[in-house]
Design a protein around this ligand. Structure first.
Ligand SMILES: NC(=O)c1ccc[n+]([C@@H]2O[C@H](COP(=O)([O-])OP(=O)(O)OC[C@H]3O[C@@H](n4cnc5c(N)ncnc54)[C@H](OP(=O)(O)O)[C@@H]3O)[C@@H](O)[C@H]2O)c1
Length: 272
C-alpha cells in the first residue's frame, strides 16, 4: 500500500529496543492543499497556515471579489490558486481538483471548511435556511470530498481529508439555538467516520477538527461576553488555534477517523 504523507519524514533511528523513532515535521513543501471557504475567518487562517508550512494552496469561497481579496492578502501568488463557487454544486469540487492538478500537479490534502452559522430558534428555521446547511454544508462536503478522493486514488499515494465540524453539534447551548447548522455538522461527522474506514486501504486518512466558539465575523458583536463562559478556559478561541490543529491532523500519519476538539473545554465539563 502506498501512503502519502503530507509532512516530511524526520531522521529515522531505531533505538536500543529496536523501536522506530521516525518522527514527522509539519512541513508541507511538496503538498497541494485545497481549502474550501478560505476567503475569510477560519478557512483563511488555515490557508495561511499551510502556505507558511510551504504548501501550494487552492482557495475557494462563493464571492469571487472576496476570494480575490483573500488571495491578495495571503501573497505568495506562485503557490496560490482560486476557484470561486458554491460547494453545494458538484462542479465546484471538480473545478477545485482540476485547478490543483493543472497548476500544481495533484491533490494531497483537502480541508472541508466552507460553512456558515446562524442561530435561529427551531420553529423559526425556514426551509431555505435548512437547505443552506444541508445542501451547502453537508452535501457540499460530500461532493467536494468525492472529487478529491477520486483524484487521490488515481495518484496512488494516499492523502488526507480534514472536515471542520463544531463542538455545538455534540454539546448544545440552549441560549444559542442552532438545530440547522448542527444537523449539517452531525452529518459531516458521520461522513468522517464512514470515510475513515472505507478509504483506509487507499492510505487516505479522514479526520475532523471540531471548534468551539471561535472569534470570527460570524459571531457578531458582544460574542466575548456572551459565549466566553461556555468553555472551561473562559475565553473564545482564535482562528490560528484552529489552523494549528488542522495542520497537525492533516500531517499526522497514524491518525484517522478522529475528532480533535479545539473548544477550550466546551465538551469536557463546566467550571461550576
Ligand atoms: N466561528 C466559529 O465559532 C465556528 C465554530 C464551529 C465551527 N465553525 C465552522 O468553521 C467554518 C468556518 O466558519 P467561520 O466562522 O470562519 O465563517 P466565515 O468567516 O463566515 O467564513 C466562511 C467561509 O466559507 C465560505 N462559504 C460559506 N458557504 C459556502 C458554500 N456553500 N460554498 C463555498 N464557500 C462557502 C465563505 O465564503 P463566502 O462568504 O463567499 O460565501 C467564507 O469563505 C464553518 O464550517 C463553520 O461552521 C465555526
Amino acid at each position: 500500500m502506498t501512503r502519502a504523507p503530507p509532512g516530511k519524514d524526520g531522521p529515522s533511528s531505531g533505538n536500543a529496543h529496536g523501536e522506530e523513532e521516525r518522527w514527522t515535521m509539519r512541513d508541507f513543501t511538496d503538498s497541494t492543499v485545497i481549502v474550501t471557504g478560505a476567503s475569510s475567518g477560519i478557512g483563511l487562517g488555515i490557508a495561511r497556515g499551510f502556505l507558511d508550512g510551504g504548501a501550494r494552496v487552492v482557495l475557494n469561497g462563493r464571492d469571487p471579489g472576496k476570494l480575490d481579496g483573500a488571495a491578495r492578502a495571503l501573497g505568495r501568488p506562485e503557490r496560490v490558486a482560486e476557484v470561486a463557487g458554491d460547494i453545494g454544486a458538484a462542479t465546484t469540487g471538480e473545478a477545485l481538483v482540476r485547478t490543483a492538478v493543472e497548476r500544481f500537479g495533484g491533490v494531497d490534502v483537502l480541508v472541508n471548511n466552507a460553512g456558515a452559522f446562524v442561530s435561529t430558534p427551531f420553529t423559526e428555521v425556514t426551509e431555505e435556511e435548512l437547505d443552506g446547511f444541508l445542501l451547502g454544508g453537508l452535501k457540499g462536503t460530500y461532493l467536494t470530498t468525492q472529487a478529491a478522493v477520486r483524484r487521490m486514488r488515481e495518484q496512488g499515494r494516499g492523502g488526507s481529508v480534514v472536515v471542520i465540524g463544531s463542538a455545538l453539534a455534540s454539546h448544545s447551548v440552549g441560549a444559542l439555538p442552532c438545530s440547522a447548522p448542527s444537523a449539517g455538522k452531525g452529518g459531516v461527522y458521520a461522513l468522517t467516520t464512514a470515510l475513515a474506514a472505507e478509504l483506509a486501504p487507499d492510505g487516505i486518512r479522514v479526520n475532523m477538527v471540531a471548534p468551539g466558539v471561535i472569534r470570527t465575523r460570524t459571531l457578531g458583536r458582544g460574542a466575548e461576553e456572551r459565549y466566553a463562559s461556555v468553555g472551561l478556559l473562559g475565553r473564545l478561541g482564535e482562528v490560528g488555534e484552529v489552523a494549528e490543529a488542522v495542520l497537525y491532523i492533516a500531517g499526522a500519519e497514524f491518525v484517522t477517523g478522529q475528532v480533535l476538539r479545539v473548544d477550550g473545554g466546551h465538551t469536557t465539563g463546566r467550571t461550576g
